[in-house]
Design a protein around this ligand. Structure first.
Ligand SMILES: CC(=O)N[C@H]1[C@@H](OP(=O)(O)OP(=O)(O)OC[C@H]2O[C@@H](n3ccc(=O)[nH]c3=O)[C@H](O)[C@@H]2O)O[C@H](CO)[C@@H](O)[C@@H]1O
Ligand SMILES: C=C(OP(=O)(O)O)C(=O)O
Length: 429
């Protein structure tokens, strides 16, 4: 199993190209199930989750081809993938495929809308909480689906087709918003989704669906209206820049010091996080080509953070921000409100010398002047990147084990950081 070895203490200086967002690419790929025409996605990142979803979609009958080529170190590896679901050959998404990632469950909406049935295993994904699927089931039921859960599978059918309806999410869910929005595009009648997720990835998906002929309004607000159409066509659509990758590298620079242009990054996708990085003492400057992060001196201010749904501080940057706070000059309090078990990085950061105490959904981080390198274990995707951030600043060598978590969602992480002067390499056992 690969490890990442870091010798800390180098400032980051240079340019990091920001990739297309994993969390946008995945639902966009799933949208290809809604049409027998070709959906071309541009700027698709090279990630294990993308490859896994290609396999899952292939099982349903989605063909794909890739164009575009790998480019230089300072540029994205952007590729275009053309997905064609001419016929849906199988409406079952089996445990072996779906258990590896959360988003694979989302095929349930398009399969049901297009064929009237879907049998999908309960999902996997990062182990950061119980992550139930009750909102998906309840929401699809409001669109006329009959659903039962049996033997670890969700069995859904809508024999006469789905119909429009009104669904008020009792809790904001990104995934359930993606699924209901996709399913509603092919229903008879109009659907109103209240308390819907406003995340940029939902907006990116809505824009793609509109390009495919869907009638959607209100995306980006908490009320999304979808007027069902008989069929959707192909389209060409670009995956939005990865705001979590952007925030992660911005925090890495705030940690190590230096001057890095995050090329292609879009500040409006993560203003709350950028503001917290500024408060920590780094300069964050919006430029035409992206976002520049500059940090002089080693002092990091303590800053409190509470995770919230968009446009608040994202849960997917909580671990990384905690990594940054481990070296602050005081005490910071980090509150996680989205997932009930997203502090697995705490015990691993402690191996590097961090002082963190936990009480329920709050972590209190007492900054220390020095972290010291140690072997650590990645426990989930974003926790892994928190360990990388801490390792970049730690004295001596840090080895991050189980980097398959990182490969799910960070494209060429070690190459991007090494390109800015970090001493970081991948070591194969
Ligand atoms: C692939 C992808 O895009 N993953 C992101 C997506 O995950 P995901 O879509 O799984 O996250 P949700 O927004 O659905 O989850 C938010 C909260 O709602 C709960 N919930 C959700 C569905 C449900 O049926 N019942 C229920 O109780 C979850 O357990 C969680 O506590 O949004 C999360 C919140 O921004 C991010 O951390 C993930 O990176
Ligand atoms: C939690 C994440 O992913 P997933 O929902 O796929 O587990 C993430 O991207 O941080």
């Amino acid at each position: 199993m690969d490890r990442i070895r870091i010798v800390g203490g180098k400032p980051l200086i240079g340019t990091i190209p920001i990739s297309g967002a994993k969390n946008a690419a995945l639902p966009l790929m799933i949208a290809s199930l809604l049409t027998d025409d070709t959906l071309t996605l541009e700027n698709v990142p090279y990630l294990d989750d993308v490859d896994q979803l290609i396999r899952i979609l292939g099982n349903h009958g989605v063909d794909y081809s890739v164009t575009g080529k790998r480019r230089g170190q300072d540029e994205n590896y952007a590729r275009n993938i053309h997905f064609t679901a001419r016929n849906i050959v199988d409406t079952t998404a089996p445990y072996e495929l779906v258990s590896k990632m959360r988003a694979s469950f989302w095929v349930v909406g398009p399969l049901l809308a297009r064929t009237g049935r879907a049998r999908v295993s309960l999902p996997g994904g990062c182990a950061i909480g119980t992550r139930p699927v009750d909102l998906f089931i309840d929401g699809l039921h409001h669109l006329g689906a009959e659903i039962e859960v049996d033997g670890g599978y969700v069995n859904a059918k809508a024999e006469g087709g789905l119909k429009g309806g009104r669904y008020v999410f009792p809790k904001v869910s990104v995934g359930a918003t993606h699924v209901l929005m996709m399913a509603a595009t092919l229903t008879k009648g109009t659907t109103e989704l209240e308390n819907a997720a406003r995340e940029p990835e939902v907006v990116n998906l809505a824009e793609c669906l509109i390009a495919m002929g869907a009638k959607i309004s209100g995306h980006g607000t908490s009320t999304i209206i979808i007027e069902g159409v008989d069929q959707l066509s192909g389209a060409r659509h670009a995956v939005v820049a990865d705001r979590i990758e952007t925030g992660t590298y911005a925090m890495a620079v705030a940690m190590t010091g230096g001057d890095v242009l995050l090329a292609g990054a879009k500040a409006d996708l993560l203003q709350a996080a950028l503001e917290k990085i500024r408060e920590s003492g780094a300069d964050v400057i919006e430029e035409a080509g992206g976002i520049r992060v500059r940090k002089n001196g080693a002092e990091i201010n303590p800053v409190d953070v509470t995770t919230e749904v968009f446009p608040g501080f994202p849960t997917d940057l909580q671990a990384q921000f905690m990594g940054l706070m481990t070296r602050s000059t005081g005490t910071s309090r980090i509150v996680e409100t989205i997932f009930e078990n997203r502090f697995m990085h705490v015990q691993e950061l402690a191996r590097l010398g961090a002082h963190i105490s936990l009480s329920g959904q709050s972590a209190v981080v007492e900054g220390v002047p020095v972290l010291r390198g140690a072997p650590v274990m990645a426990t989930d995707l974003r926790a892994s990147s928190a360990l990388i951030i801490a390792g970049l600043a730690a004295e001596g060598t840090t080895e991050v084990n189980r980097v398959y978590h990182l490969d799910r969602g960070f494209e060429r992480l070690e190459a991007k950081l090494a390109g800015c002067g970090a001493e970081i390499e991948r070591v194969a056992d």
